[in-house]
Design a protein around this ligand. Sequence first.
Ligand code: NAD
Length: 364
Amino acid sequence: VTAPDVVAVSADDPYEVLIGHGLHERIPHLVGAGVRRVAVLHPPTMVEAAARVVHALSEAGIEPVRIDVPDGEAAKTAQVAARCWSVLGSAGFTRSDAVVGLGGGSTTDLAGFVAATWLRGVRLVTVPTSLLAMVDAAVGGKTGINTPEGKNLVGSFYEPAGVICDLDTLVDLPVAELRSGLAEVVKCGFIADPEILTLVETDPAAALDPSGPVLAELVRRAVQVKATVVSADLRESTSVGTEIGREALNYGHTLGHAIEQHEHYRWRHGEAISTGMVFVAELAGRSGLIDADLVERHRSVLSELQLPTTYRADAYEDLRSLMAVDKKTRGATLRFVVLHGLGRPGILAGPEPELLAAAYAAIC
Ligand SMILES: NC(=O)c1ccc[n+]([C@@H]2O[C@H](COP(=O)([O-])OP(=O)(O)OC[C@H]3O[C@@H](n4cnc5c(N)ncnc54)[C@H](O)[C@@H]3O)[C@@H](O)[C@H]2O)c1
């Protein structure tokens, strides 16, 4: 076991993201001194990993309380959160106890929300086990659950005390989930760290090898991009001039969210934003912001990873309506994160309908 990479996030209470192999044994140390009980929230796919974490906590003299939560989005409900509160209440959790979220982004979002709300906030350690959760969901302090009206409508900003990305867990992650997470990694390449693109282009198969060094470097670089962006804009408020702050992370997401809804969430998040990124690249290319080579680079790098880059021609009107009600839209104006060059994100607000339609036609 080599020393983990460490990415620092400067939040209100700064914390570290550890990236490496064999890191689960560090969880007792990260939950901190003085903690007597730790609730370990995990989905059914993480039963064995949860058992190891529980064992490590017991060995460290901490009382573990395992909370089995449903898989995927089914975990992010008020009912499941209420069940977790009830378990914490029965076990006598106090302010000096802690919550660990072990699983994909849906588990870490739920665990964060439970930690943020129990006694108005107890210590939280997130242990993301999917690539998407490592590079996106577990870093940045957003926690939340869904309501019948929509995704992530209830939640809070709540920073973890630490994040552990144990790359060993990625070996069991289905390859489709790995590809989906890589779309967010590639996004970080376009908005901030082009070396990510070079790494993927040089050896796409290595990018998909969960035990190899290339994926480890991609995770570190993507976490660094997210950490840098959120550290500069903790509450998603900056949007001045070219400094667009956290909004940059929404690259490809405006059309991506619309596709997810249009597909009733049968497409994975990364698959939808993959097509969304090609769309905004076309939009930027047609607006004269980036050249044709950079537009084409989106298609080629995402295709190398077998991520989708096209969508149905007949869905345009539906997608336009869905984009118009996206929660990131301000008033009636459609806003897109676009590139003003490689690694230079900016905003394109209110593009002409003809431009939008032409960019869409280019991805059909
Ligand atoms: N808080 C944020 O800033 C933020 C950012 C992006 C996404 N999210 C949220 O994250 C969620 C999506 O995350 P996700 O893609 O990780 O989804 P997920 O949590 O549903 O995990 C996807 C699937 O992979 C399984 N899985 C996870 N790790 C595994 C492993 N190591 N081995 C085998 N199976 C494993 C899960 O059990 C699940 O079936 C959404 O709810 C989204 O809203 C939050």
